[in-house]
Design a protein around this ligand. Structure first.
Ligand code: RP5
Length: 175
């Protein structure tokens, strides 16, 4: 699952390799993680989405992560549910920022995923977002904020997004 084409941003051309890698432990996570893809698309960020499991495809997960930086990725978003160790394993094999999205559901309705993702011992950080779809959206927005540190046009897009969100809230009527 790749998107390298929906780019409005002149700083990123069609030949740009994926800047953001989005991995998830199972295809069952995709319904949630489409929210991440949608936001990245909205901002024209080249990205690559892939199912990779820390326990079912450990070698491939390490291979993907070890080569991410040389393939141009600047942020990896990792989503998993249950004993959600994917983001931690990915973070162990790269120094580029890793954002974890805990999936909702399973035995503890996402609390298991949240704690598994967020409670990294010191030294190997995973920036953990909220459970489920809100976390999936925010992971994309945080990745965009990281990328926008060195991309003024993207920063402008992000500020524009925030301004529109504010306008939408201020236009709400309770009648
Ligand atoms: C995790 O186990 C996945 O991230 C998924 O959230 C969960 C269940 O996976 P499936 O049994 O639906 O494949 O590894």
């Amino acid at each position: 699952m790749q998107n390298r084409n929906s780019m409005e941003n002149t700083e990123m051309t069609e030949s740009t390799p994926p800047l953001v890698g989005v991995v998830m432990g199972s295809k069952s996570d995709w319904e949630t993680m489409q929210q991440t893809r949608n936001v990245l698309d909205q901002f024209g960020i080249p990205h690559e989405c892939k199912v990779l499991s820390a326990h079912r495809t450990p070698q491939e997960t390490v291979e993907f992560t070890r080569t991410a930086e040389e393939r141009g990725m600047e942020v990896i978003i990792a989503a998993a549910g249950g004993a959600a160790h994917l983001a931690g394993v990915v973070a162990a094999h790269t120094v580029i920022p890793v954002l974890g999205v805990p999936m909702k559901g399973w035995a503890l309705d996402g609390l298991d995923s949240l704690l598994s993702t967020v409670q990294m011992p010191r030294g190997i950080p995973v920036g953990t977002l909220s459970i489920g779809k809100a976390g999936a959206v925010n992971a994309a927005l945080l990745a965009i904020a990281i990328l926008s540190n060195s991309r003024p046009e993207l920063r402008r897009q992000l500020l524009d997004f925030r301004r529109k969100e504010a306008e939408r809230i201020l236009a709400e009527s309770l009648d």
